[in-house]
Ligand binder design. Structure first.
Ligand code: 9MR
Length: 458
C-alpha cells in the first residue's frame, strides 16, 4: 500500500523586480518572508542545511529554564567539559562516562546531534597524563582516543580530535606541550586513531585565534590542513572557536578565512562562538558572524559556547544570546533574522518546493512521511516514522533517490547514498509506542524529489 496522500505547496516569489527582470513567473523562494520565518535557532539554521548548537554543562541540566531553552532552540550539543581527557579517563585505563552520557542521552532523546569535544589537548589532561612523556604518553594518547571514540561510535556528528595545538603570536608553529614533544606527527596519529575508532564521525581540528586570515596562527593551521589533505591524513573539518571581545574583535576578513579553509576540501564549523558586549553593537557582531557562515557553502553550522550569559566561562562579558533570566537578547534576534534571511534558498532563481508524501499502513504496521526542503543544489529531508495500532520495536524505511546523493544523515543507519536507500532505527529510536512517531533526517546534493518512503516494522 503506497501513496495515500500527497500535497505540494509552492510559495510564490517575493521579489517582483527579480521576476520581471528574469521574465519568469515560476521563480520561487520560500521561508524568508516573515510569515514563513522559523522561530527557533535550530529550525532557522536547518532551512539551509546547517545546525545551530550550544555547549551544555551536565551540572546545569537540573535547571528547568536552561533545559527549556536547550530543548527549544538548539539542534546540536557539545559537552562543555564532560568529554575532555580529565573527565573521561581520570585514572589511566579507567574510563568514566557518567556526565558525558547524561548530555549525550539527553541530546539523542531530544533528536539533537552531538559534537564531541575533545579527544586530545594539552590542557585539561588528567594528572597521571600531565607527568608523562615520550612513547608512553603517545601510546596513552592513542589509547585514550581509541577508547573514547569507540565508546561513542555512531553517536557523534563531529569530533574535535585535536584542540588548540598551535602557538599564539607570530611563529605560526606548534604550541609546546607534552604531546608536541612526543613528535610533530602526534596530530596526524591522533586523527588516524580517531578515524579507525569511529569511521562515521567527521574529524575536526579546533582552535582559537584562527579567525583572522592574516594572523600567523591561522596560516599555520591552514598549512597543516593543506598538508593533511595532500597526504591523505583523515581530516574532515576545521573548527574556529571564535571567542570574540574588544581585544579580539570579529575580523573584517572572517568570511575569507572560512572560505579559504573550506577551499581546502574540509567543512568549516564555528565551534565555540561568544562575543562580549551588549545591545546593538553585540547584535551586529553576531549578525556578521552568522552571515559569514551562511555565505560559505561548507560552513555547516554554528555552536555558541553556552546558553545564558550566566552560564558562560566569561559571564562578566555577557557574551551569549540569552540573559541570565533566559530572555532573548538583541543578539539572539539578529542571529535568528540572519538565519531566516538565508532561508532554504541560495539565489533568487532557486525553486523551492515543500512536498509531503505519506505511505499507507504497511503489513508491519508503520507509516513514513517526508518533509522536503529543496533548493537548487541540494535538500534536507526529514522522515517521520509513525507506529500503527501496535508498538514498534524497530523499523526500516526505504527511500528512492533517483537524482540525488546523501551527504549526511542523523538518527538512522543507512545502506547507501543513492538509488534505493534503506534506513533502520538506531538504538534509541527503534521503540515507538502505538500511534506515536519518531523522526530521522538526511541532507543531500541534487534532487530529493520522489523519495517516496515506505516503512516496515522489524
Ligand atoms: O567553558 C569551559 C570552562 O568551563 C572550563 O573551565 C575551561 C577549562 O579549560 O574550558 C572551557 O572551554 C574551553 C574549551 O574547552 C576550549 N576552548 C576554550 C574554551 C573556553 O575557555
Amino acid at each position: 500500500m503506497k501513496l495515500t496522500s500527497r500535497s505540494v505547496s509552492l510559495v510564490p516569489i517575493v521579489s517582483t523586480v527579480a521576476a520581471a527582470a528574469l521574465g519568469a513567473s515560476l521563480i520561487l523562494v520560500a521561508n524568508n518572508t516573515p510569515a514563513n520565518a522559523a522561530t527557533t535557532l535550530g529550525a532557522a539554521a536547518a532551512q539551509s542545511g546547517r545546525y545551530f548548537g550550544t555547549a551544555v554543562a551536565a551540572g546545569r541540566m537540573g535547571d528547568s529554564t536552561y533545559i527549556g531553552i536547550l530543548n527549544r532552540e538548539f539542534d546540536m550539543v557539545t559537552a562543555e567539559n564532560e568529554m575532555k581527557m580529565d573527565a573521561t579517563e581520570p585514572s589511566q585505563g579507567r574510563f568514566s562516562y557518567g556526565n558525558a552520557d547524561r548530555i549525550v542521552n539527553h541530546a539523542r532523546n531530544q533528536g539533537k546531534r552531538i559534537r564531541g569535544h575533545a579527544l586530545a589537548w594539552h590542557s585539561q589532561q588528567p594528572g597521571w597524563m600531565q607527568n608523562m612523556s615520550g612513547t608512553a604518553l603517545r601510546n596513552a594518547m592513542l589509547n585514550h582516543i581509541t577508547q573514547v571514540a569507540s565508546y561513542y561510535r555512531g553517536k557523534i556528528y563531529a569530533w574535535d580530535v585535536v584542540n588548540e595545538a598551535f602557538a599564539d603570536g607570530n611563529s605560526g608553529g606548534r604550541r609546546d606541550s607534552n604531546l608536541q614533544r612526543t613528535g610533530n606527527d602526534w596530530i596526524e596519529a591522533a586523527f588516524r586513531a580517531a578515524r579507525a575508532a569511529d569511521p562515521g564521525a567527521k574529524l575536526c581540528y579546533n582552535d582559537y585565534n584562527t579567525d583572522d586570515w592574516s594572523h600567523a596562527k591561522t596560516q599555520g593551521v591552514y598549512r597543516m590542513v593543506q598538508d593533511f589533505k595532500a597526504r591523505g591524513v583523515p581530516i574532515d573539518c576545521v573548527g574556529l572557536q571564535s571567542h570574540f571581545n574588544s581585544q579580539s574583535p570579529v575580523p573584517s576578513n572572517y568570511q575569507t578565512t572560512l572560505q579559504n579553509f573550506a577551499n581546502l576540501g574540509v567543512d568549516v564549523q564555528i565551534t565555540e562562538l561568544d562575543i562580549e558586549g551588549s545591545g546593538s553593537g553585540q547584535a551586529s557582531n553576531y549578525d556578521r558572524v552568522t552571515r559569514a557562515c551562511l555565505a560559505v557553502a561548507r560552513c555547516t553550522g554554528i555552536t555558541v559556547w553556552g546558553i545564558r550569559d550566566t552560564d558562560s566561562w566569561r559571564a562578566n562579558g555577557t557574551p551569549l544570546l540569552f540573559d541570565g533570566g533566559g530572555n532573548k537578547k538583541a543578539a539572539y534576534t539578529s542571529v535568528l533574522n540572519a538565519l531566516n534571511s538565508a532561508g532554504p534558498t541560495t539565489t533568487t532563481t532557486t525553486s523551492t518546493t515543500t512536498t509531503t508524501t505519506s505511505n499507507g499502513p504497511g503489513p508491519g504496521g508503520c507509516t513514513a512521511s517526508v518533509s522536503l526542503n529543496q533548493w537548487n543544489e541540494g535538500f534536507v529531508a526529514t522522515i517521520k516514522v509513525t507506529a500503527g495500532s501496535a508498538a514498534l520495536r524497530g523499523w526500516q524505511v526505504t527511500t528512492t533517490l533517483s537524482n540525488g546523493t546523501v551527504t549526511n544523515s542523523w538518527s538512522a543507519n543507512r545502506s547507501g547514498t543513492n538509488g534505493t536507500v534503506n534506513w533502520t532505527n538506531v538504538d534509541y529510536n527503534g521503540s515507538v509506542a502505538a500511534g506515536q512517531s519518531t523522526e530521522f533526517g538526511f541532507q543531500g546534493t541534487g534532487s530529493g524529489a520522489g523519495l517516496d518512503p515506505t516503512c516496515t516494522a522489524s
